[in-house]
Design a protein around this ligand. Sequence first.
Ligand code: ASP
Length: 230
Amino acid sequence: VVAAVRVLEDDPSTNAGTGAATTSAGTLELDACVMDGASGGSGAVAALPPFRHPIDVARAVLRDGRYHLLCGEGAARFADAAGFAPADPSEMAVARDRGDAGDTVGAVALDRDGGLAAATSTGGLPGKLPGRVGDTPIVGAGTHATTRAACSCTGDGEAFARACAAFWATEHPGGVAEVAEAAVARVRDDFGGLGGLILVDHEGGFAVARSSAHLPHGSVVGDDPVRVGT
Ligand code: ASP
């Protein structure tokens, strides 16, 4: 999941890593989280100043093991100490002349040993106040993985966080397709937020659900061709 998210962070058309949305002050504050369902371990960064791959810093937080979330300057100091080089903000900021902020990126996976994992990375809401943190780096809100299922969310972060959307989706009994649809409907109807999520379970069931206009995604099983959707 980290490798998939890293590739998407490098894609300037997405709202993560290079090309991430800027704050109202014109700065980059990046959020990312990774969770390993088998161990229950997680690592996350919030309001991280420019580093090329926030998801790698999140994984370093997971591997370090002392904390689940580091934010702001403290996260940057941790990243420095872990050997990550700060990025040049001008190289990561992408001019967006169509008001198109791109999309948050995420990945969920079931490996051949039955392990589940989820990862999500974002620049957050375009024009957000500096210091605002959404659902993405919060375990159970925008990202969650257990031994049963793994989920990554995108959309109105305040609503997804209040709904504990990723936790709800991974814990709720039922087939992935119904659960994913129900989770997105719950965020919309009970918390007033639009967006979507990807969900995989321990049997390899995979679902995408959205209340937003689109949610470009791809899925792959073993060596089969990648299947894409909108
Ligand atoms: N959920 C993200 C946030 O609120 C934004 C998004 O997914 O577009 O920060």
